[in-house]
Design a protein around this ligand. Structure first.
Ligand code: NAD
Ligand code: UGA
Length: 367
């Protein structure tokens, strides 16, 4: 009964016609930011997360603490727990689901392939099974990935480009998610919006991502590996700042289930849509490193490897015209600005008391 009370309280909107949103992966990087933004504008938010140890779970607990200060409750459980999901939908008439829980990371798929199948395919299907019979039927916005473009060579990537050449099992499970979504839209009329995020970074980010552990290794004087392609071209990413992605997620939720006339194939009463949410300006990894060197006031020990990492794609570059047209998505943060905010968070989170802190504070005051 106490549990039910918490679940209801957390998911009740505080604004007129506010949403009641189930955020899966709420203890994760993007999920925690989106949960806070939704709550701040008066929507009700209930989180779901299994707090797995793919990366340091203490960071997930710290995000949970932050959310609980804003009256957001995270239910500890797995996407594959059908009875739990059914119970949540019985207790709360969710208007929306923001589905961000997944096994992320490109490289780890070679170490633990089953975790990708379990969370990204089986877990997604389990969620859709419950959502399709819920009353009301929620509109679902879920995380796809820029990795679905795989070895696509069109530059920039548009939603209609080919996605039949995934370079990793991670990418293949994200692509499978898009196909699975299509069937649930087609058969059950579920309103589904897929967001292809492009290498998202920022405060409270993921320790398994390059910008995060590069920062750590540079500060500790350890050498970092920089991968290039076989023809020794620099690998580039369309790094996208978290606040831009959050705006995109909220914009997608606002138009979810409504008719916009674009964004994808029309099937049944509700649409299936897929959008790029990138930054539209790819940056070579070498440039990412030099920005970090400047912010940290420390030279990196660089180890350049003239071979791509297994599973990596050579570049990513988003065309975001469709997301702009349908919900006004417009990224505004360049990599140097976003990394400055990340480094500022990093030094305060890890309590690093040294010249770096002064440097970033100084940079912050003058910027
Ligand atoms: P994250 O790992 O920080 O967050 C995912 C959360 O989901 C974690 O807290 C994890 O504990 C939880 N989770 C995983 N499997 C679960 C399961 N079976 N049941 C319940 N909870 C589970 O990752 P993120 O960077 O916040 O990514 C969010 C989503 O966006 C993911 O779907 C990811 O694939 C996608 N994405 C992220 C990026 C990026 O650059 N960060 C880019 C493209 C796509
Ligand atoms: C990131 C996320 O990890 C995925 O979850 C997400 O789905 C994906 O973005 C996406 O946009 O779809 P990735 O871009 O590979 O994947 O992010 P990182 O692992 O942080 O790598 C960023 C760049 O740094 C890549 O070009 C990679 O080759 C490079 N890198 C990585 C190095 O040069 N050295 C390293 O040690 C690690």
């Amino acid at each position: 009964a106490a549990w039910e009370k918490q679940v209801r309280h957390s998911s009740t909107p505080r604004r007129p016609n506010g949403f009641s949103v189930l955020v899966t992966g709420a203890a994760g990087f993007i999920g925690s930011h989106c949960s806070l933004a939704l709550k701040k504008r008066g929507d009700g938010v209930l989180g779901l997360d299994n707090f797995n140890n793919y990366y340091d779970p203490s960071l997930k607990r710290a995000r949970q603490n932050l959310l609980s200060k804003h009256q957001i409750f995270i239910v500890e459980g797995d996407l594959n727990d059908g009875p739990l999901l059914t119970k949540l939908f019985d207790v709360v008439p969710f208007t929306h689901v923001l589905h961000l829980a997944a096994q992320a990371g490109v490289r780890y798929a070679m170490q633990n392939p089953q975790s990708y199948v379990s969370s990204n395919i089986a877990g997604f299907v389990n969620l859709l099974e419950v959502a399709k019979s819920a009353n009301p039927q929620p509109s679902i916005v879920w995380a796809s990935s820029s990795s679905v473009y795989g070895l696509n060579t069109e530059n920039p990537f548009s939603e209609r480009d080919r996605t039949d050449q995934p370079a990793s099992l991670y990418a293949a499970t994200k692509k499978a998610g898009e196909e699975i979504a299509h069937t649930y839209n087609h058969i059950y009329g579920l309103a589904l919006t897929g967001l292809r995020f492009f290498t998202v970074y920022g405060p409270w980010g993921r320790p398994d991502m390059a910008y995060f552990f590069f920062t750590k290794d540079i500060l500790q004087g350890k050498s970092i590996d920089i991968y290039q392609t076989q023809d020794q071209k620099e690998v580039a990413r369309d790094f996208t700042y978290i606040d831009d992605v959050v705006k995109g997620c909220l914009g997608a939720l606002d138009t979810a289930g409504k008719s916009t006339g674009s964004g994808g194939k029309k099937k049944g009463p509700a649409q299936l849509r897929v959008y790029n949410l990138g930054n539209t300006s790819p940056v070579p990894v070498g440039r990412l490193v030099s920005i970090l060197e400047g912010l940290l006031n420390t030279k990196a020990k660089k180890h350049v490897i003239t071979m791509p990492r297994n599973g990596d794609v050579p570049f990513t570059h988003a065309n975001v015209t469709l997301a702009y047209k349908d919900f006004g998505y417009k990224p505004t943060t360049d990599l140097a600005t976003g990394l400055r905010k990340f480094v500022k968070w990093y030094v305060s989170y890890f309590g690093i008391q040294r010249r770096v802190k002064k440097e970033t504070q100084h940079a912050d005051e003058s910027g």
